[in-house]
Design a protein around this ligand. Structure first.
Ligand code: HEC
Ligand code: HEC
Length: 277
């Protein structure tokens, strides 16, 4: 506590536990928002960021018609059907109905990619298909269809438990690297991800209520931005808040963090598009 307070960052730090509500979407899909942590996890219970938001913000996620992130998901559905590139193909040309072909797929990413010898996330898999299968340009970070299409694909796993297969390729090495980064203190404030999301989860700082920083809702809709926010954008924002230099999107550092942080949320339901403050 002393270390963090002496950073001068927070005027007051107050403990306020996560809510006890249950998240049921459209009165149908019972979401797992609290679950026993996987073996090797430092906490006993894994808790979705949903529990740390205000009642009003939580309510927006219970109804797909009210969830403002669903507009982007619908945009993603249209992109799915849109022909682009020199091959004259759309995603649907090869993958058909996404509610079948993509059901559950987003819950298992990042996955190992043999071709690049690295983990790949949905954003990079989309680019891979655009380049190799459509003859189209890859999306630049957070540009064009990247966020809506990623949200659309992940939304096909709504309610499915996050589960990574760390036995694929070198996934374990990337997990180790991600863990290392998670606990490394950086920036002028000398904070690590773990300082805020492990030691201080459940505390209120300024107008915020610190969660465990899980990745199960991404891309998430942020009310503050009025837009979808990708996972690498969120990581960069958090690193910037420690007043450290932040790595490039899709860099090895952020991919390693994505593997490790996603794993920390194992067993939570995919909430995409989650609604956050
Ligand atoms: C010419 C056919 C073709 C087109 C067009 C195509 N893909 Fe693919 N896609 C594949 C193949 C082949 C694979 C690898 C085999 C597999 O996993 O099904 C793949 C894999 C994927 C996967 C990973 C599936 C998994 O189980 O991990 C996703 C996600 C995906 N594509 C999304 C897209 C999106 C989004 C588009 C449109 C931007 C698209 N694809 C366009 C052929 C295509
Ligand atoms: C100075 C404190 C601080 C540090 C350090 C920090 N974060 Fe955060 N982070 C926040 C705040 C505040 C939020 C928004 C409220 C919440 O969900 O905790 C947030 C949100 C998140 C979320 C979104 C959670 C959700 O449910 O939508 C993720 C993921 C995340 N952080 C990951 C990280 C990672 C990875 C690191 C280290 C690179 C990190 N954070 C470092 C303060 C911090």
């Amino acid at each position: 506590m002393a270390a963090i307070m002496s950073g001068g960052m927070w005027a007051s730090v107050v403990l306020a536990g996560p809510s006890d509500d249950k998240l049921v979407i459209d009165e149908q899909i019972e979401m797992t928002t609290r679950t026993a942590a996987p073996e090797g996890h430092p906490l006993d219970e894994v808790i979705s960021g949903w529990h740390y938001r205000t009642p009003e913000t939580r309510a927006l996620e219970t109804d797909t018609f009210q969830n403002p992130g669903m507009l982007a998901v619908e945009e993603g559905a249209q992109i799915w059907e849109t022909v682009e590139g020199t091959e004259g193909k759309s995603c649907a040309t090869c993958h058909g109905d996404a509610s079948e072909s993509m059901a559950g797929v987003g819950a298992n990413y990042p996955k190992w990619d043999e071709d690049s010898g690295k983990p790949i996330n949905i954003e990079l898999q989309i680019n891979k298909c655009r380049v190799e299968n459509m003859g189209a340009e890859p999306y630049k970070f957070d540009k064009d269809g990247q966020k809506p299409l990623t949200a659309f694909i992940k939304h096909q796993s709504l309610g499915q438990p996050v589960a990574l297969d760390l036995s694929q390729g070198d996934m374990q090495t990337w997990w180790d690297k991600g863990k290392d980064l998670y606990y490394r203190r950086t920036g002028q404030l000398n904070l690590s991800c773990a300082t805020c999301h492990e030691d201080y989860n459940g505390y209120r700082i300024r107008a915020d209520h610190l969660s465990q920083g899980n990745a199960n809702g991404f891309p998430t809709y942020r009310l503050k931005q009025g837009a979808l926010v990708s996972i690498h954008n969120r990581f960069r924002g958090c690193i910037r808040d420690t007043r450290a230099e932040y790595p490039a999107a899709f860099s090895d550092d952020l991919m390693a963090l994505e593997v490790y942080v996603t794993w920390r949320g194992s067993g939570l339901s995919v909430e995409t598009p989650a609604v956050r403050q």
